[in-house]
Design a protein around this ligand. Sequence first.
Ligand code: MRU
Length: 349
Amino acid sequence: MDPIRFEYGVVFLLDQRLLPVEVKYMECKSWQEVAAGIRDMVVRGAPAIGASAAFGMALAAKQWSSVDSERFFAGLEEAAKGLKATRPTAVNLAWAVERMLNVARTQRGVAPREIADILDAEARRIAQEDIAVNKKIGDFGAGLINDKARILTHCNAGALATVGYGTALGVIRRAVAHGKEVHVFADETRPYLQGARLTAWELHRDEIPVTVIADNMAGFLMKQGKIDVVIVGADRIAANGDVANKIGTYSVAVLAAAHNIPFYVAAPYSTFDLAIKSGEQIPIEERCETEITHFAGRRIAPEGIGCYNPSFDVTPANLITAIITEFGVIEKPDEERVRQFFAEAGHEA
Ligand SMILES: CSC[C@@H](O)[C@@H](O)C(=O)COP(=O)(O)O
């Protein structure tokens, strides 16, 4: 089960809106179709939308490959703008699009058809790297999990949210592979239900024990001593270690701190936005009110009421025990530690 499949000139996105009931792929032959797939949540999860956008750029290059160089680059810029505008919070999207554009720019003067082939290869590289990066995150994270652990996770930071394996669920998969006995509690994650529909589905398929709870139950379980550790993914991490993730993550972090439970975030370098100093600068996507007012296609709140649907929240760094990356673990993150960590890893800090 791959969330994204790619053949030259066609991208197949696993339609996550239909899971867990139906497994069906959406076929995209243009960057516009990929953009629609990202916007409409056919594909979701920060690294997955980044890789999809990279493939979208590869499709754009192919779409424009028979025109002259000037029009080719104008077409690429248009696609980049359109893809980046689809979802504002996860920085992996802009990161992947910029990486594709930069590769194209280094090839100015080369025939568009050849650049299209180069971009096709680059998109595949981004996808392959993502899986390798998740496995490294898993290796570092598994070391933080006890031999027996009851783990709470929020939203879906699994194989479905990436190109494969997962960030937070990658840590869990690695812990299981190392013989650890884990039991996962998955917050259902209102309003879009990524936890109940996607996390539960992929863990169950892997025979990793999972129990779904409604979001408002997490505190009660912690109070009862039923949660040993929390692991979540991230959509954007500011230089000071503040983490934007699915709405409800902040509440879980506050609860974990109140119950002295370690709270880990698992995310790759591509999720860090070191250009912004704090989480206050992270744009928060607001989604349509029917996600709140309707359930399974049926109205559950009266007509005419007010509605507010922010899709992400920001957990301040001081509530985070550590951030697990592909280069290692950043304990008690703050701006100095984050920048020094990436400088030592040889990355822009
Ligand atoms: C590994 S992807 C980021 C995740 O941690 C996930 O929790 C998340 O917030 C995804 O949001 P989504 O709105 O489903 O795209």
